[in-house]
Ligand binder design. Sequence first.
Ligand SMILES: *Cc1c(COP(=O)(O)O)cnc(C)c1O
Length: 410
Amino acid sequence: MTITRPKHAPMPQFPVEAGQLHVGGRNIAAWAEEYGTPLYLYDRNVIAATVATLRKVIPAGIGIHYALKANPYPPLVNFLSPLLDGLDIASVGELEVALAAGANPAHISMAGPGKTDAVLFAALSAGIRINIESAGELIRLAQLAHAAGCRARIALRINPDIELKSAGMRMGGGATPFGIDAEQAPALLMQLGDLPVDFEGFHFYAGSQILRADVIVAMQRHCFELAVRLATEAGLQVRSLNLGGGFGIPYFPGETRLDLAPIAAGLQDISKQAREIWPGVQIDLELGRYLVGEAGLYVTRIVDRKTSRGKTYLITDGGMNHHLAASGNLGQVLRKNYPVAIGNRIDTGIEETVSIVGPLCTPLDLLADNVALPQAVPNDLVVIFQSGAYGYSASPNGFLSHPLPREILL
Ligand SMILES: *Cc1c(COP(=O)(O)O)cnc(C)c1O
């Protein structure tokens, strides 16, 4: 019996030429030489190709928004914003990046629990839509709008009343700090008429990193039907329906790319029905990881190579302080390896099994555990794929006070 181990999905977005990984038309060693390591490289052509693929498949008229949380690097947001229909933010810092990117405030929305009065006021003043996450937040926002003599643009973020499961991840439905429970929404909707707020519609965001199209289709269908029920009962017209996102990308062995076709078909049905009920309604998706994750590489240089009781370690100049997710410490239950390569020796023939660790004095700083790679020596470059989302900005950069990595949009 042969046992085939699950493999990482291929990474065709970055070509290999003369044994070196190429990005932005040059080999990886040239970029490492120019900008130093550790380094995040984001390839704008890969981002543009992802957007183009989505546009081709997703029904016309469905808006695609970018959630800055995935990667708020300003040059990347500046590049992405004009290609899309809106930006989703969750802090005043992200609001500033979105406005500096030239995004129209009419097409910016803010989500997130725990918006302080100062944050709500900044959003109100900017004229963006605020996705309301609780009854208390609605009242505080209404008070601020009343005091300022203006009206707030709002959507209610709804926590759906079902649980959809994908690979063990809960997709909303239970207790959560995010959004308003579906069963609490009718009472809140009744109050809106007395408040200085303009109700624009509903926002749903109930899961991340979903690779199963059927789960996304079922979730979007459920959210749409819930929105219809809530709006009908409250006698409200919906102008905006944000169905969230959660589209995943393959990180770990055995994972494959999301099949967009069933999602497109499901959205086609939803959009047809929605327009019959609410003429002129705008339906949007809100994607983070899917838009930028595959376009990014984390590049770190091997400083040392050693063996300990039969195990070979490659020790690099950057680690979990720059890339927490690759170390397995950003929410993973079981640690698994990201796709990784020796960027300047892609196919040398001689393979060995190594573990790659960063320079931090903690066993948590593990970038790849027992991976088969071409034999590498100090000064070679370790490249971690799928690093365009939840990399730099989602890592504990201050831990151990090493230098920060550079980020470059190519
Ligand atoms: C995190 C988040 C996103 C982006 O999620 P991805 O999984 O990166 O697509 C979008 N919207 C909201 C409200 C979020 O919290």
